[in-house]
Design a protein around this ligand. Structure first.
Ligand code: ACM
Ligand code: ZN
Length: 349
């Protein structure tokens, strides 16, 4: 399914065709990422001609029933000042700028429907009301998707807190530069997209999607690293009945088999960290840790002096006791090493 973003995130189009914006420009393509206040003018007819022309070309290329029109992260400040946008609002009896975005979404939706297609957009498209045919992709959490299903709109769940694979896998400072938010594999696996929906409402749930935005990804290998092995958890979320899901079985049986296949392919992936320890600071004099390998066959090595643990360091015993004399501190670092010799991120407590 192609996504042609509108009315925000279109600065490259505005740069090429400045009359599509409220101020007329000049605009410049950004060399960094973010959200620009300059968006398509929803007042001018030329904007609609342009978008419909682009979509006509897109429809010739993509046979999908659903066509994604974006709709997210569109500041409406230019619309407040623009005479064309104000005139449109007056002519159409539109009360606020959210309603103006709804006008654009409805109009583009009708254009797609006339060509036998269906509009899908990010959950912002619901803000000023939505045409019954439109499909909602819930990314700002699950509430948008739940609200949409209650109003009998089809939805795709892709909530940021569970399914944004551009987030880092752990809180380790050694993770490659990423969004400063972490998303552990177990949290992904535990997500149930039907959560909060009645049986009747669940018929509107089309499925799930994970997003992997590449602002921080310099190479294809890096994308692979963010994606693997998370995509296997996504598959079970999408296709396994909740009653048949088991984190224990997934992480200890299926995951090692997947990783062995990835080893054979030479893929980049995130090695699961040891269980029973996490990135945190503890206070006290005596600690007992029960640290387990992430799956059978992995080994876990540790140090207590702040050094990075290597495969020639001590292996964690079944129970590790750490005594910290009054006024002192200890830094416990653990790493998991897979049968193929791949290392996890180090966990520091
Ligand atoms: C989004 O992540 N802006 C849909
Ligand atoms: Zn305007």
């Amino acid at each position: 399914i192609p996504e042609i973003e509108m009315p925000g995130h279109g600065l490259a189009a505005l740069t090429a065709y400045p009359w599509l914006g409220c101020t007329g420009g000049p605009y410049a393509v950004w060399t960094h990422w973010g959200i620009s206040d300059d968006v398509y003018c929803a007042g001018k007819e030329t904007t609609f001609e342009f978008i419909e022309d682009v979509l006509t070309e897109v429809l010739a290329l993509f046979p999908s029933k659903l066509i994604h029109i974006g709709g997210d992260e569109c500041p409406r400040v230019r619309w407040k000042e623009c005479p064309d946008c104000r005139a449109r609002m007056e002519d159409e009896g539109i009360e606020d700028e959210a309603g103006l975005q709804t006008y654009l979404t409805l109009r583009i939706g009708r254009h797609l429907e006339a060509k036998g297609r269906r509009l899908i957009g990010w959950d912002e498209i619901m803000e000023g009301g939505l045409s019954p045919e439109a499909v909602v992709m819930s990314w700002r959490g699950t509430q948008g998707g739940i609200a949409a299903a209650r109003e009998h709109h089809h939805v795709v769940m892709t909530p940021g807190q569970y399914l944004y694979f551009d987030k880092r896998g752990t809180d380790s400072p050694d993770e490659p530069v990423s969004l400063n938010l972490s998303l552990p594999l177990e949290k992904i696996y535990g997500y149930d997209p039907a959560e909060g929906l009645s049986e009747e409402e669940q018929q509107y749930l089309l499925g799930v999607q994970a997003n992997l935005w590449t602002e921080f990804m310099a190479t294809g290998k890096r994308v692979e690293y963010q994606l693997l092995p998370r995509i296997y958890a996504l598959s079970e979320i999408a296709w396994s009945p909740v009653a048949r899901k088991s984190w224990e079985e997934f992480s200890r049986q299926r995951l090692p088999a997947y990783l062995a296949r990835l080893d054979a392919e030479g893929a980049a992936y995130q090695v699961p960290q040891p269980h029973g320890i996490r990135e945190e600071t503890l206070e006290g004099g005596c600690f007992r840790f029960t640290i387990r390998p992430p799956f059978p066959g992995c080994r876990v090595y540790y140090t207590l002096n702040g050094a990075t643990p290597y495969d020639f360091d001590r292996e964690v015993p079944g129970e590790l006791e750490v005594i910290v004399p009054r006024g002192e501190q200890r830094v416990l670092k653990c790493v998991a090493v897979t049968p193929a010799g791949r290392r996890s991120m180090v966990v520091t407590t």
